[in-house]
Every structure is written in structure tokens, then in C-alpha cells.
Design a protein around this ligand. Structure first.
Ligand SMILES: [Zn+2]
Length: 83
């Protein structure tokens, strides 16, 4: 397997993650952006949308999509601050 199977958007949402980080798959470019994951259906895998991206910096097609764990931190901080 050249690529590991990635999780679905339902699983990212279940983990409290609301956004994804999209990295240009051209390592010499390393352009990236953050997107809200609400726009994709639950049964779609993160890897399913990767071929649809075209890099705005270099024009390369294909991206690496990863959960934005920082978007999850807000929810856990809220719990931690509760008295
Ligand atoms: Zn690029």
C-alpha cells in the first residue's frame, strides 16, 4: 500500500475536529491552507478529496489532507476550564 487508508470526515467530526489542513503534495512547494471540513459529507474519506485540489501557489494537482488538531483544542480547553 503506497498510502495508508485515511479516516472519514465523520470520524474527524466525532473527534471534535472542525477543520483540515491541505498541503501541496509537491514537497518543493510546501504551500498549505486551512479549510472548514463542514463542506464534505460524513462518508467521504480525507484521501478522497486530495486529488481534487490544485495548488494556488504552483498549480500542482493533488494535495495531502490532514485533520487540523488545533481546531479540536478549543473544545478540550472549554472542558478543562469548566469548574
Ligand atoms: Zn504547490
Amino acid at each position: 500500500m503506497p498510502h495508508p487508508t485515511k479516516i472519514t470526515f465523520a470520524e474527524t467530526r466525532a473527534a471534535g475536529v472542525s477543520g483540515v489542513l491541505v498541503y501541496c503534495s509537491d514537497h518543493r512547494c510546501s504551500h498549505w491552507t486551512r479549510l472548514n471540513a463542514d463542506q464534505w459529507p460524513d462518508d467521504l474519506r480525507l484521501s478522497d478529496v486530495e486529488p481534487k485540489f490544485v495548488c494556488q501557489a504552483c498549480g500542482h494537482r493533488g494535495a495531502d489532507v490532514r485533520p487540523d488538531w488545533r481546531s479540536q483544542a478549543q473544545a478540550s480547553t472549554g472542558r478543562a476550564l469548566r469548574t
